[in-house]
Structures are given as structure tokens and as C-alpha cells.
Write a protein that binds this ligand. Structure first.
Ligand SMILES: *Cc1c(COP(=O)(O)O)cnc(C)c1O
Length: 230
């Protein structure tokens, strides 16, 4: 049975995305919704699938592996969005369809080497620092060209774009600033790499600001599945 909460929350988040698209003059449906299911049960993911979602984001490799195994009967795509430890790259390379949090060459190399050859190349995003109080993860925009050139040599990865996790703020104008930095950074990289098509930015508290600045994918956990307690 689908919990009315999850279904209602999903409809609500989809409505917010559609209205942010239209407020920004963007095409309806141009922003994809990634449901962030970290710490939530496979049963809740199943309910979200039955409510129409197919893309799920996880932060911990082992947890993603267990959920993917439990839900192997469903046509889901798994996005790894957490910090990547080098001893977990094999799991991430095997299970994910996308990895949003690549920020160094060593990890990119391992993901490419460990991607099962029978699978499609792994879609990756580079995590960029766009505000001062950021987490430790992420590269400065200046460091991108060198890493991008090195990643171009890796056969089992496809670089699709950029991701950021700015310091949280409630102020709507302040929310937009780091997203604008990420969008401008992507636009300048697109001059050399026209295939870059993805901006992963915006979460429960700031998705409207991210859509206004050009997000193509928002990552929403709390407003779909409820608060996390661990
Ligand atoms: C947890 C997490 C999210 C979801 O955050 P909410 O505020 O719960 O929507 C999005 N992106 C990343 C990288 C996360 O770790």
C-alpha cells in the first residue's frame, strides 16, 4: 500500500518544481527530481516508485548496495551523492548509474577501472565548492579544467556536468548566489565540452532558487521522505 504521506509529499514537491520552472520561464519538465532515500527503508523507496519516481540518491555505498539488492525487481536508477572513500569505489562503480560527488582524479580512475565493462559508462558529475562554508568535499572552479582533461582519458566514465552543496541559508537571494556560480562555471566549460548537460543543485530547502538559476536536477530527501533521525 502506498502511504498517503509519501504520495502527497511527492505531488507537492513536483508541484513546487513545475511552478519554479514556470516562474523562471523554463520548459515544463526540464528539471528532473532525484529522491534522496539515504537512511530510509527499501519499503519507502518502493512506495515512492509506486508514486511515479524511478531515480534515487544515496550517500553510503553499503546502504545503496543493500537497497539496490532488495529492490532489484524494480527498474530504478541509483545516484551516488555522498563523499566517496577509495575503498568503496568498487561498490559505487558497480551499482550506480550516476555519481554526483567526484572531486579527485584518484577516485575517477578507480571508478573507471571498476565499472563492469558490460554496463554503460558511468555518468559522473564533478562536485564544486561554490560558497565559503562548504563541506570539505568539492573542487574550486579553477581546478576543473585539469581534472576534466584527465577524466576525458578514462574509458568507462562519461562526464555530464557539475554538482554543488552550498552552505544552507534561508535567504532567497543568498540561496541563488552559489547556484549562479555553478551555472556560470558550467556555461564556460560547455565552450570546450558541449556534451555537459547536467546541473545537480537544490535540495528540500532551496530547490526554487536552484531551478531559477538553471538546475536540471534537484535532490530532495526530507520533503519527500520526512526528517532523518540518524
Ligand atoms: C541528504 C542530501 C540531500 C537531500 O537533502 P534534503 O535537505 O533532505 O532534501 C541532497 N543532496 C545531498 C548531497 C545530500 O547529502
Amino acid at each position: 500500500m502506498i502511504s498517503t504521506d509519501v504520495l502527497r509529499n511527492i505531488l507537492d514537491v513536483q508541484r513546487r518544481i513545475r511552478s519554479a520552472e514556470s516562474a523562471a520561464g523554463r520548459r515544463r519538465g526540464s528539471v528532473a527530481l532525484l529522491a534522496v532515500s539515504k537512511t530510509k527503508t527499501p519499503e519507502l523507496v518502493r512506495q515512492a516508485y509506486e508514486s511515479g519516481l524511478t531515480a534515487f540518491g544515496e550517500n553510503y555505498a553499503q546502504e545503496m548496495a543493500e537497497k539496490a539488492h532488495n529492490l532489484a525487481d524494480l527498474p530504478l536508477s541509483w545516484h551516488f551523492i555522498g563523499p566517496i572513500q577509495s575503498n568503496k569505489t568498487a561498490i559505487v562503480a558497480e551499482i550506480s548509474d550516476w555519481v554526483h560527488s567526484v572531486d579527485r582524479l584518484k577516485i575517477a580512475r578507480r571508478l573507471s577501472e571498476q565499472r563492469p565493462p558490460e554496463k554503460a559508462p558511468l555518468n559522473i558529475l564533478l562536485q564544486v565548492k561554490t560558497s565559503d562554508e562548504d563541506s570539505k568535499s568539492g573542487l574550486l572552479p579553477e581546478a576543473l579544467p585539469e581534472l576534466i582533461a584527465a577524466i576525458a582519458e578514462l574509458p568507462h566514465l562519461v562526464l555530464r556536468g557539475l554538482m554543488t552543496i552550498p552552505a544552507p541559508t534561508r535567504d532567497a537571494d543568498q540561496q541563488r548566489q552559489p547556484f549562479r556560480v555553478l551555472r556560470d562555471t558550467l556555461m564556460s566549460l560547455q565552450k570546450m565540452q558541449p556534451g555537459l548537460d547536467t546541473l545537480s543543485m537544490g535540495m528540500s530547502g532551496d530547490l526554487e532558487a536552484a531551478v531559477a538559476e538553471g538546475a536540471t536536477l534537484v535532490r530532495v530527501g526530507t520533503d519527500i521522505f520526512g526528517a532523518r533521525y540518524n
